[in-house]
Design a protein around this ligand. Structure first.
Ligand code: CAA
Length: 297
């Protein structure tokens, strides 16, 4: 039976993006969060991003209206997952929080339901181990902004059954995304390669090799990256970058993954990038009008 009803847990940037593409491609979605204000905000963001797609001719107004009708909001996790074929967890990147959510879903979701996580770095194998269906646990790592980025990194836990991977590959293709299958080791592939590049860019700034704009322009204009690594770090969130680097550093025990002290200091200072208004750039006049943070001039 194909997957039709999906619960998405967590109404933040990733959760609302995942809910957006699922309803866009005809799936029924219940978006779950503890905070009803976050749910209402997520719905507005989905509407705004779908309006963008209507303006670009990607969706018709009728398709947008029909898609939004497939979206339900809920603050009740246990009740809402009872009739789901798939749950995609996109809550806070804290292992204890995710383990507790996985236990709760496992207790309420039907036996056939697959439990997926959008984690960027927490061990899927460890999350699978807290459930009574470890063979039905898998990683679905979407990229931000979800409606735009084509990749879904599909991560097999040590315990994942091959048939479950096949179902998730089918679903990913239904969303017109490209799945890439990897195994569950620290940082998977996306962040194992991306984060050392970002860290090296921060080290280059820290050591005075070049300024913020030079570093970003070199990678944008020389390597055709859509954003330079420092801008991308601001976009992802410097706290998220630091925590992924810590997972890589602890998981492999190799100094090459040690987070740059400048990154550590910026996170301590609350300079987290776009979400806090300042990181390597200053966003006080909006994201389009960003300028290099006064700290780095
Ligand atoms: N929903 C729908 N459409 C969106 C959107 C959203 N949230 N955000 C952007 N778009 C659309 C725009 O409408 C625009 O459409 P057209 O091309 O048809 O005009 C297109 O995307 C490009 O957007 P903009 O013109 O606003 O801006 P841009 O050209 O500067 O592109 C960007 C913005 C897509 C974010 C681009 O800069 C980019 O690709 N950056 C790199 C993003 C990236 O690397 N993401 C991965 C981060 S790592 C991660 O997510 C995982 C992790 O574990 C850390």
């Amino acid at each position: 039976m194909p997957i039709q009803r999906i619960a998405v847990i967590g109404a933040g940037t990733m959760g609302n993006g995942i809910a957006h593409v699922c309803i866009q491609y005809g799936l029924d979605v219940v978006l779950i969060d503890v905070a009803s204000a976050a749910l209402e905000k997520a719905k507005q963001v989905i509407e705004k991003n779908m309006e963008r797609q209507v303006k670009k001719g990607i969706l018709s107004t009728e398709q947008m209206t029909a898609a939004l009708k497939r979206l339900q909001l809920s603050t009740q996790l246990s009740d809402s997952v009872k009739d789901c074929d798939l749950v995609i967890e996109a809550a806070t990147e804290k292992q204890a929080v995710k383990e507790s959510i996985f236990r709760e879903i496992d207790a309420s979701a039907p036996q056939h339901c697959i439990l997926a996580t959008n984690t960027s770095s927490i061990s899927i194998t460890a999350l699978a181990a807290v459930t009574n269906r470890p063979d039905k646990v898998i990683g679905m790592h979407f990229m931000n902004p979800v409606p735009v980025m084509k990749l879904v990194e599909v991560i097999n836990a040590y315990q994942t059954h091959a048939g479950v991977t096949d179902q998730i590959l089918d679903l990913t293709r239904r969303l017109e995304k490209v799945p890439c299958v990897v195994n569950d080791y620290p940082g998977f592939i996306a962040n194992r390669i991306l984060m050392p590049m970002i860290n090296e860019a921060i080290y280059s700034l820290y050591e005075g090799v070049a300024g913020v704009e030079s570093i970003d322009n070199i990678m944008k204009l020389g390597m055709a990256h859509p954003m330079g690594p420092l801008h991308l770090a601001d976009f992802i969130g410097l706290d998220v970058c630091l925590s992924i680097l810590e997972v890589l550093h602890n998981g492999f025990g190799q100094p090459k993954y040690a987070p740059c002290p400048l990154l550590v200091n910026m996170v301590k200072a609350g300079k987290l990038g776009i979400k806090s208004g300042e990181g390597f750039y200053d966003y006080s006049e909006g994201t389009q009008e960003k300028k290099v943070s006064a700290r780095f001039l």
